[in-house]
Write a protein of this length. Structure first.
Length: 316
C-alpha cells in the first residue's frame, strides 16, 4: 500500500514538473497527481491479471501436448489443467472489484503474448510446479503457494515483465516496492474459501484522508512557494542560488508547508521524512544540508509561534 512517504514522493514529483513547466494552472497538476497515484492501482491490477493469464495459459499448453503425434514421457507429466482452476485464481476471477478494474484499465496482455508464454515455460520447468500438480489439497491456503511462486520467483525476476511495466508506467522503478506490498497483502487477504469474502489490497490505509493530504500539500507548497523560499534564502545567504538543487528547495518548501499547515503531523516526523526523501532522490550531501536549514527555520517558526500542532509532543 501507499504510505505517507510514498504519497510525499508523488507530490514531490508533481511539484518538480510544475516548477519546470510553463503551465501554472494548479488544477492540471492536481489531476496529474491523482492520476499518478491511481497508476499504482492500475499497475497492481495488470500484475494480478498476469497471474490470471499465466494460469489460463495451461489450457494452450495441454492442447499443444495433446496434438503431438508422440508425446514424450515428460509431456505426460504436464497434461493436468489444474492450474487453470487454482482456488486462489478462481477466487480472483470471481472478485467483482478485480473484474471492474480490469475493465476500467483496459487490461489485456494479448498485446505481448510472449510474456505469458515465457512465464509459464519457466514455471513448467520448476520443481515447484511438479509438486503442485501432485498436491491433493485444493484449499485456497495450499493453492496460493504456487501463485506466490509465480510472482516472487518468476514475474519479479523477469526482464521482459520489467520492461513491459516500465514502458507502460513511467514510475515503475519508484512504485515497484509498493506493488510488491500490495500483492503480498492480496495473498494475505485471500484466505477464505468463499470468494465474496476475499478483498483486494487497498491503495492506501485511508484514501479519503490521504487524498486530502496530498492535494493540500501540493496546493500549499505552490501557494506559499515564494514566502517559504524567502525563509530558505535567508538561511542560505552564503550559497549561490544555482548551487542549491531544485529538488532540495522543493523538499524544504514541502517540509515547511507541513510544519505550518498540517497541525496533526508531528514536527519530528516531518523533518525526518524529508531528510529520508533527500537521501533517496537528491544529491549525496542534500540530507545534511536540508537537515541544517530546516532546523534553523524551525527554530524561527517556533519563536514566532507559527507552529501550531494539535496534541502533546507534536512540536518537540
Amino acid at each position: 500500500m501507499l504510505n505517507r512517504r510514498h504519497l510525499r514522493v508523488k507530490v514531490m514529483q508533481v511539484l518538480y514538473a510544475y516548477n519546470l513547466s510553463d503551465d501554472k494552472a494548479i488544477v492540471n497538476f492536481e489531476k496529474g497527481l491523482l492520476k499518478n497515484v491511481e497508476e499504482v492501482d492500475e499497475m497492481y491490477i495488470w500484475t494480478l491479471n498476469l497471474l490470471d493469464e499465466v494460469s489460463e495459459y495451461v489450457l494452450k499448453d495441454v492442447e499443444g501436448i495433446s496434438n503431438k503425434w508422440i508425446p514424450t514421457e515428460k509431456d505426460k507429466s504436464y497434461t493436468s489443467t489444474k492450474l487453470n482452476t487454482n482456488t486462489f485464481i478462481e477466487s480472483l476471477r470471481q472478485n467483482r472489484a478485480y473484474l471492474e478494474k480490469v475493465k476500467k484499465f483496459n487490461v489485456d496482455w494479448s498485446y505481448d503474448p510472449e510474456i505469458v508464454r515465457s512465464i509459464f515455460a519457466q514455471l513448467k520447468d520448476s520443481e515447484a510446479y511438479l509438486d503442485y500438480l501432485k498436491l491433493e489439497d485444493r484449499s485456497i491456503s495450499a493453492e496460493k503457494d504456487i501463485v506466490k511462486h509465480i510472482f516472487k520467483k518468476i514475474i519479479l525476476k523477469s526482464p521482459d515483465v520489467e520492461q513491459a511495466l516500465e514502458e507502460r508506467f513511467i514510475n515503475w522503478q519508484v512504485d515497484k516496492e509498493v506493488l510488491q506490498a500490495m500483492i503480498a497483502k492480496t495473498f494475505k487477504n485471500f484466505s477464505n474459501e468463499v470468494p465474496s469474502k476475499n478483498n483486494l489490497a487497498e491503495l492506501t490505509p485511508s484514501w479519503i484522508e490521504d487524498r486530502d493530504f496530498i492535494l493540500d500539500l501540493l496546493k500549499g507548497s505552490i501557494k506559499y512557494a515564494k514566502e517559504f523560499q524567502d525563509l530558505i534564502s535567508a538561511k542560505t545567504k552564503n550559497w549561490e542560488s544555482d548551487r542549491i538543487a531544485l529538488l532540495d528547495n522543493i523538499l524544504m518548501r514541502m517540509a515547511i508547508t507541513e510544519l505550518i499547515h498540517f497541525p496533526t503531523i508531528p514536527v519530528k516526523v516531518t523533518i525526518n521524512e524529508y531528510i529520508e526523501l533527500s537521501k533517496s532522490f537528491s544529491t549525496l550531501k542534500s540530507s545534511t544540508f536540508i537537515n541544517g536549514i530546516l532546523d534553523k527555520i524551525l527554530a524561527d517558526l517556533i519563536a514566532q509561534k507559527r507552529i501550531k500542532k494539535e496534541g502533546r509532543g507534536l512540536i518537540a
